[in-house]
Design a protein around this ligand. Structure first.
Ligand code: ZN
Length: 134
């Protein structure tokens, strides 16, 4: 069953922009009469990641420094053009650094994967079957 979002209404003053949760004849902010109109309150879930977004101070355009980084061409002209001139060293880095035990566990899993490659490849190309039955 689909979850129906409850639409929350509030009343906004056309004179000052003040808000009231219920309709009333007089604006609680500026005191003018009959200026409150029904409006739909913006759902807080629409911006649920807003708190995680970093804010930066307002800067003048002249204060912003455009930096250029060295790029490595891939040899594929169109691909380089799409990348803005080529690959950038360190352009893709993990956003999270895992703890030492986790990194070690992943390393051992990697070794297990490497160890399984040769038998799997032999099975896949039929080498095991060939050795057994010929
Ligand atoms: Zn008002």
């Amino acid at each position: 069953m689909a979850k129906v979002a409850k639409v929350k209404t509030l009343y906004v003053c056309t004179e000052c922009g003040g808000q009231a949760p219920k309709w009333q004849g007089q604006c609680p902010a500026c005191g003018t009469w009959n200026t409150l109109v029904e409006s739909v309150a913006e759902s807080p879930s629409a911006h649920r990641f807003q708190a995680l977004a970093k804010t930066s101070p307002v800067q003048r355009l002249s204060e912003i420094e455009a930096s250029d980084v060295p790029r490595f061409t891939t040899g594929i002209g169109e691909f380089d053009r799409v990348l803005g001139g080529g690959l950038v060293a360190g352009g893709v880095v993990p956003s999270h650094i895992f703890s030492e035990p986790v990194r070690e566990a992943v390393e051992y899993l990697e070794y297990v994967g490497y160890a399984l490659v040769v038998p799997f490849a032999a099975w896949a190309i039929g080498l095991l079957h060939y050795v057994r039955y010929h």
